[in-house]
Design a protein around this ligand. Sequence first.
Ligand code: ADP
Ligand code: MG
Length: 700
Amino acid sequence: MALLRPQILFPLFAKATTLPGIGPRLGQLVEKIAGDKVVNLLWHLPSGLIDRRFSPKVGDAPPGKIATLVVDVLAHAPSPPRNKRIPYRITCGDETGKIALVFFHAQEDYLMRMLPAGEKRVVSGKIELFDGKRQMTHPDHIAPLHQIEDIKRVEPVYPLTEGLSSKVLDKSIRAAVALAPELPEWLDPAYQQRNGWPSWKAALSAAHAPASEADLSPTTLARQRLAYDELLSNQLALALVRLKSRTRRGRTSIGDGALRKKAEAAMPYRLTGAQRRTLEEIYADMAGENRMLRLLQGDVGSGKTVVALMAMLGAVEAGGQAALMAPTEILAQQHGETLRPYAETLGLRLEVLTGRSKGAARAEILADIARGAVHIVVGTHALFQKDVEFHDLALAVIDEQHRFGVHQRLDLADKGNGTDVLVMTATPIPRTLALTTYGDMAVSRLDEKPPGRAPVDTRLINLERLDEIAGGVSRAIGSGAKVYWVCPLVEGSETSDLAAAEDRFVHLKERFGAKVALLHGQIKAADKDAAMERFAAKNTGCQILVATTVIEVGVDVPDATIIVIEHAERFGLAQLHQLRGRVGRGGKPGTCLLLYAGPLTETAKARLSTLRDTEDGFVIAEEDLKLRGGGEVLGTRQSGLPDFRLADIMVHGDLLAAARDDAKLTIARDPDLETPRGQALRTLLYLFQQDEAVRTLRSG
Ligand code: ADP
Ligand code: MG
């Protein structure tokens, strides 16, 4: 795509290190906070400002204020050689008074060069009073007189990282903004006019040159425009990807209902109203000519698996194959186990294909999938592998989708002809965020839980009371309870996650012996299964499962009633909610103990309290969004949500809706972006690096 990028954008996609003042070392820091390209610096907006326009005479400079002074350098007084703790002082002044410039750990030759005695200089910084005399410690700016206009201005202050000075960042961002060309206008003229928005270049310049605090608000015309641009690029990209996947020929799957009827009769329960409604929506999509691209949102425990089963049976009835993809090995195995009895009852063949399937066994399964002898395949990422070929894949169901990227869900669909896609997520994505990730993907919601769901009593407990908790757990398992014990998430290190789990396992084993099992990602597959099975089965004596977050999604052990989560404050709310969803499943009330290490910040307290006070996943997600902001809601590592630089979903929600409508209309009228506005919109897509969308254009 680099070759096709409009030439006008080239300067913006040069390395940030080509900017003045950014060498390789600073380049790394800049990359850390913004990104490695010039364009990334444009998106790094100021978070504050310093007004340096105040320029009094020395005698009038009030202590406590920032001032820019024109002074004569009078005399240097270096630190005494034996006492470097006494600062280097340089006396300066004008006809109205004197001021000392103060430097700790000074380098004499540097100061001699910057402030030679007998010359005039401009200095800017905060005026202080020491012993009744004016001084300025480490001036922010020292410059020759002719640079005064450069300094006497309102200086933007940027979010920084350690080791990067505001001055350097300011300078390189100014250079980046200066490089930004006037771009062809991609906004709808009437919409732009109605909002009073400036051109892109003008908006960018204004956003980086705030004159007052008010100019830092996300609701200024300049910032609104930039936010809209970003949201529009996101919505347009989603619309294009979706258009492509939809206009690839779909298929009509219409079954006779025989398998589904039999399966329903074999279920130990009746489908809920929400499950039925959702299935009607899915069947209708599958029967339609376009290919289905539908998102099924259902809170933890809402019964998505059986919806997937019924949809897959619909595909099989119509003569096709179906695949169900899960994000983890454990989950794939578990889905396999849940679904296998149905397959057997119905005389269908179901196979589980994961990274663990090897050698001859794998080859045989693959051959059977390819000749259509296998009706339903359940698996992990292993389903993506090149040598996995289907005879006729009619439906791909992707579970717990936030672990997969947008392209992956389309990749699986590419294994068939017009394959319908159903994406299932337990993460209650607030409507606003759903829009940014899925665009106009059709959504079904399981908003009703199956009967028999008992409430979960959630408590916040200080980690210091670990012994008491172990005592409580001991009593509970004495009366037959099963307990998940989730070990802390250790920031940035999977190995430490494991270490924490292993430590806790050893510790609990001292007290509970063989009643404890351990589960984490690095355990050998067979041992993992054994641990899970021992915990899930009845009467094995295993009642405590110590685990890292591998149990987070989907694991279903109806007998488990207690979940202990250590260092709950380190987890995302959505994640905690998912974990909690592991208990209270078998009709018996559940207990969730959130152990935290105090003292908690106000935000952390508010977040955990939300969890204690409600079990409604949507409320929790909305609350989390409010408390933390969009990008972080789902835990950035796995969210797959776009990380906006200019738009703030909480503030610019209206703009998001407008951008969606704009994108929709544009695609309807000009699907190949060929009109003049379409051409300008291509530039917008390149500007925001919407590569995936651009590729759909190139390949037509
Ligand atoms: P999730 O939506 O979290 O994937 P599951 O599909 O694992 O939920 O279902 C959770 C539990 O609810 C399972 O034990 C399942 O058997 C049960 N279940 C699903 N549908 C119903 C229903 N209509 N009535 C009663 N129990 C149900
Ligand atoms: Mg599930």
